[in-house]
Ligand binder design. Structure first.
Ligand SMILES: Nc1ncnc2c1ncn2[C@@H]1O[C@H](COP(=O)(O)OP(=O)(O)OP(=O)(O)O)[C@@H](O)[C@H]1O
Ligand SMILES: [Mg+2]
Length: 360
């Protein structure tokens, strides 16, 4: 296994590659896409049949409490046992895995580097990272992607940095599970891979609302241009519902899933979230004037909030649709009980496709 073994390595290939293993010629069905959310674990195996995505298998279960802490796997035993159980009970024959990290521990910055020969970029990026990032580069895995080369020759880059400890904790998990890690990437790239054939050529804003964070990412023609993590997710809304309606958390969760919160007086959490999403879109539009966001695609468990898509559409004056990923998939799973989980699988399907397509 080739582990990135120099401190502060620049992989300079694609920001997908926070970790990448050079293994080729894999069997499709043997690679799983593993999305370990703060609330739900999603495991998928998928393959491509021409342009069509075939979903071979899937499993969804609650993440053991405190399994993740600040992006790191904190309870390896509990998480390992849970994933092992899911793989065994659902008949996965996995040998390889692709996963993604997300959240506030992942630092993503847009930086500009003046015109220099391209081969000097890695060094320049390191300098820039040292300036811009709030930590020493020593224990950091760093990668970047050129987003744009301006007319004056300067580069706009997306810089991605993550604590090496976080990546190491995932590699340790995979060792325990006896799975070979093909790649560890960032969630927006997985989402784009899952979505790109659904919305070919479009400029999209993808809003992925999970339990603890909401990611706003903008892509055009399959390329990620902007991404931002907002520290508000579905669990904050549940807490607010519990407060407002004087309910226990479990009752509040049920209430949240069955009522249109947007028809009630809007709570502070939702109002702030909407404003922050809007600011992100606005920032993008100011910075990238030549792009026009054609529609917003909502995904993640939070996107299932009744009335959320309509609310955003009214507030922003732009078309908003929930991700209907499964409409575009051929499903070859005997037990399809979990297929109602349409919005939950964007990241995991995208990850599984990385395994199928190998080295993009
Ligand atoms: N029908 C529903 N209506 C509203 N919210 C829902 C519904 N179903 C699930 N959710 C919410 O979705 C969230 C879980 O979604 P998801 O699996 O995308 O999160 P996660 O990936 O575990 O979290 P994160 O990405 O923040 O780590 C929970 O907060 C849950 O309350
Ligand atoms: Mg998630």
């Amino acid at each position: 296994m080739q582990i990135v073994d120099k401190l502060g390595d620049l992989l300079q290939n694609n920001i997908a590659n926070l970790f990448q293993n050079n293994i080729s010629g894999l069997l499709n069905k043997k690679t799983i896409g593993l999305d370990i959310g703060s609330n739900l674990i999603k495991i998928v195996s998928a393959e491509l049949d021409g342009a069509e995505i075939v979903l071979n298998n899937l499993a969804i279960a609650t993440t053991p409490p405190d399994a993740l802490e600040e992006g790191k796997i904190a309870d390896l035993d509990a998480l390992g046992a849970k994933i092992e159980e899911l793989l065994a009970n659902n008949g996965f024959e996995a040998t390889h895995v692709v996963t993604a990290i997300s959240g506030e521990e992942l630092i993503i910055r847009m930086v500009e580097i003046p015109a220099i020969p391209k081969e000097e970029l890695p060094e320049a990026v390191k300098w820039e990272a040292q300036e811009q990032l709030p930590m020493s580069l020593e224990n950091v895995i760093l990668d970047y992607e050129i987003i744009n080369k301006k007319e004056n020759g300067s580069y706009e880059l997306m810089l991605v940095a993550v604590d090496r400890d976080i990546i190491d904790s995932y590699l340790e998990l995979f060792e325990r599970l006896d799975l070979k890690a093909l790649a560890i990437e960032i969630e927006p790239l997985a989402l784009i891979r899952a979505l790109e054939h659904l919305y070919p050529g479009q400029t999209l804003a993808i809003i992925d609302m999970g339990a603890s964070t909401t990611d706003v990412s903008i892509c055009s023609q399959g390329q990620l241009l902007f991404t931002r993590t907002i520290s508000v997710g579905g669990s904050n809304i549940t807490e607010e519902v519990a407060d407002n309606h004087d309910l226990e958390l479990e009752e509040a969760e049920e209430y949240k899933c069955n009522h249109n919160l947007f028809e009630e007086e809007l709570g502070l959490i939702i109002r702030n979230l909407t404003t922050t999403i809007y600011r992100s879109l606005d920032y993008f539009q100011v910075k990238f004037k030549s792009y026009n966001i054609e529609q917003i695609v909502l995904t993640g468990g939070g996107s299932r909030l009744i009335g959320f898509a309509e609310h955003l559409s009214e507030e922003f004056g732009i078309e908003v649709n929930k991700l209907e990923l499964l409409d575009s998939l051929r499903v070859e799973i005997e037990n399809s009980k979990e297929l109602a989980a349409n919005q939950l699988l964007g990241v995991s399907v995208g990850l599984a496709l990385r395994g199928v397509r190998g080295d993009d």
